[in-house]
Design a protein around this ligand. Structure first.
Ligand code: FAD
Length: 509
């Protein structure tokens, strides 16, 4: 007789605590098959990268150890998930598939549609559970934050007591980090993934590093120590958002009086960002097409026809001639992480000064970010490119940013060694130094390091004019309202209208 099994399908939830699908499956009578599928087609997509796989690999190693202790190691399958389910269903009788709702990109969305169809056709019960604060089939944004906050208060689910093992089961080998499946070679290093690293990072941040969180949040270099660095752990699920939210709360409650001044405000600011996280992911849940279409339809077609490959390559490799831009990009290429402001500046520079389309630059950044999270990623790309219609237009001045955040040019010198010997006064604008200085300092303006590829001030002026033309369309405000109703943050609006009841301007994160 064919054996009944239940499958727990792991995706972006690589942990065993606060994992409802796993817990639900574990209390059933039958054996449980914990499954991770290395989906070959996914790894061919333009947003995926070997850097992601390195991080996931670490997560899977820890997950396997944890599941083995429960009685059934992780089963790896390499291939197409529908074919794998079909094959397992012919070998066993799949009594149920237990899985979190994934709010990913259009590729994972379509894959989930295919899996659902297959399950309906073959009478395989598919049990899906909400993940984080994202609400499926949300009726209105007005109620979203209440639902989200309620979810964050719910009890953290314990790990299962045990899993009944499945006999006669074969697992594929976990592909190595350097397997050819995962595309181009890695050019740099990767933050360590996995549950153990996640817990260490969380504790270190809450107990120590967060004391300077707000102070250093935008400081290149220092931000990597004083930000939480939890984004990749949250993106691939070695921690649940609820676990982090509740850990912060606990820490806040336990702060000794002398610690309150150092940590209080920082932890509150960090908590807000965890709420933003869910807020942004909700946007792509409600409208998956924002991966490829501008939120505000009148911005469609704005930049698509203007692609300049030379400018794109200069930006993508950190050779624009703007030292701070290039330092940020080279830092990102090497480490797979930079702080929020620097991400925003890189996109803004590409979108305004270079007039490159956010979909093209977004793919490059998705591959570089270890924490690639579609909901945050595509919404932020659109915001920083001025195409949401509900956010203020913000074009960063790379020289001003450089002066503010790297006044002595230490960060620039680290990441753009061509400029190592340049005096401080020219480090932000090397094109201003005279020819004899170039000789004396071995700064070879025209050989080692490029001249600026655009004049940033005139390029921004032109970009703003083009955007203003779209904003001047008679339909613009009407369509903006529709975007706001779907995606706008009600919390910020409420705060703003308390401060000033005279303005009706929509300003959102
Ligand atoms: C163009 C662009 C693309 C981005 N793409 C991603 C992405 O793919 N994945 C990603 O996790 N973050 C993305 N961000 C948001 C932000 O830059 C990162 O979340 C943050 O830098 C991660 O570092 P951290 O965990 O130390 O952040 P912390 O400052 O410690 O914040 C804690 C957590 O809050 C969330 N968070 C922080 N800032 C934001 C924000 N502005 N919007 C939404 N959630 C936020 C993240 O989950 C983060 O891990 C992007 C920002 C921009 C401007």
């Amino acid at each position: 007789m064919t054996k009944n099994i239940n499958i727990v399908w792991f995706k972006r939830d690589l942990r065993i605590t606060d994992h409802r699908p796993l817990l639900e499956a574990s209390v059933l009578d039958g054996p449980v098959l914990p499954l991770y599928v290395v989906e070959l087609d996914y790894w061919q997509q333009s947003f995926s990268s070997r850097r992601h796989w390195h991080f996931i690999y670490d997560c899977l190693v820890d997950l396997n150890v944890a599941l083995t202790e429960l009685g059934q190691p992780l089963v790896i399958k390499v291939g197409n998930v529908c074919n794998i389910i079909k094959s397992l269903h012919s070998e066993f009788n799949i009594a149920g598939i237990y899985v979190h709702e994934e709010t990913g990109n259009l590729w994972t969305y379509q894959r989930d549609v295919n899996v659902k169809r297959l399950c309906t056709r073959d009478n395989i019960p598919l049990h899906e559970y909400p993940l984080n604060g994202v609400v499926r089939r949300l009726q209105t944004r007005n109620t979203w934050s209440t639902i989200r906050d309620q979810r964050m208060r719910e009890k953290i689910l314990p790990k299962p007591e045990l899993l009944h093992p499945v006999d006669d089961l074969t697992s594929d080998k976990l592909p190595d980090k350097d397997s050819s499946i995962f595309g181009a070679d890695l050019n740099g290093q990767v933050q360590h993934g996995g549950r153990n690293a996640a817990v260490t990072e969380l504790k270190g941040f809450l107990n120590t590093r967060s004391s300077r969180y707000l102070y250093h949040i935008s400081a290149p270099g220092l931000s990597s120590t004083h930000c939480s660095r939890l984004s990749a752990h949250l993106a691939w699920g070695s921690l649940s958002t609820r676990e982090v939210v509740q850990s912060v709360k606990k820490r806040q409650q336990q702060l000794a009086p002398e610690e309150r001044k150092r940590f209080g405000r920082n932890l509150t600011a960090f908590s807000s960002r965890l709420a933003w996280r869910c807020h942004f992911i909700q946007k792509i849940e409600d409208q998956p097409e924002i991966e490829i279409h501008c939120m505000h339809p009148l911005f469609e077609g704005l930049r698509e026809g203007y692609h300049d490959e030379a400018k794109y390559q200069a930006w993508a490799t950190g050779h624009t001639g703007y030292p701070f831009i290039d330092a940020c990009m080279r830092n990102l290429i090497y480490d797979g992480w930079i702080t929020f402001r620097m991400r925003a500046m890189l996109v803004s520079f590409a979108s305004y000064q270079l007039w490159l389309d956010w979909r093209v630059t977004g793919d490059h950044l998705a591959r570089l970010f270890t924490d690639y999270e579609p909901g945050i990623h595509y919404s932020q790309l659109q915001m920083q490119s001025g195409v949401t219609g509900i956010n203020a237009m913000r074009a960063y001045n790379p020289i001003k940013q450089s002066l503010e955040h790297d006044p002595k040019g230490l960060y620039i010198r680290k990441w753009v060694p061509e400029l190592e010997n340049l005096p401080d006064e020219f480090i932000h604008e090397p094109w201003k130094c005279s020819n004899d200085l170039i000789d004396n300092t071995h700064y070879l303006l025209n050989t080692n390091y490029p001249q600026p590829i655009v004049d940033h001030a005139s390029a921004v002026k032109e970009a703003k004019q083009r955007i203003a033309e779209v904003r001047g369309d008679t339909q613009f405000q009407i369509l903006s309202k529709t975007v706001y109703n779907k995606h706008g943050s009600r919390k910020l609006r409420a705060k703003k209208s308390k401060k000033s009841r005279t303005t009706d301007q929509i300003e959102l994160f």
